[in-house]
Design a protein. Structure first.
Length: 128
């Protein structure tokens, strides 16, 4: 199977040995996005809602670079250092995604890269 790698400067560059997205067949696997500003690679803000918005901005940029959009996302995994922030994720997703919404899991974690509050990874399907 042929794999296609996607990277865009409209999202933060990889911090390590991975790609922003990999397409295998009609499926695109989106690496975890964290709330860094692409131009500076710095944390957008200490405010959790602002971080969540930036994460989805970054994830959407990768979706577009891979030939899709949030309408093509079928699965998301949300990692939060505080599950009390989960209602903010729902609020932002309701603004950014159209129904039917993707499948989703939320996981509370002890820490995330760069000490951010949230990270989101996903799967996008581009087939018919």
């Amino acid at each position: 199977m042929t794999r296609t790698i996607f990277n865009t400067d409209k999202a933060p560059g990889a911090i390590g040995a991975y790609s922003q997205a990999v397409k295998a067949g009609d499926t695109v696997y989106l690496s975890g996005a964290i709330p860094l500003v692409p131009d500076t690679m710095e944390l957008v803000s200490d405010d959790v809602k602002t971080q969540i918005v930036q994460v989805f901005d970054n994830l959407e940029a990768v979706c577009i670079a891979a030939g899709g959009s949030f309408d093509h996302v079928v699965k998301l995994t949300v990692f939060l250092t505080d599950l009390a922030d989960f209602p903010l994720v729902n609020e932002v997703m309701e603004q950014r995604f159209n129904a039917p919404f993707p499948a989703r899991a939320a996981i509370g974690v002890a820490s995330l890269p760069r000490n951010v509050a949230v990270e989101v990874e996903g799967v996008m399907y581009l087939g018919g």
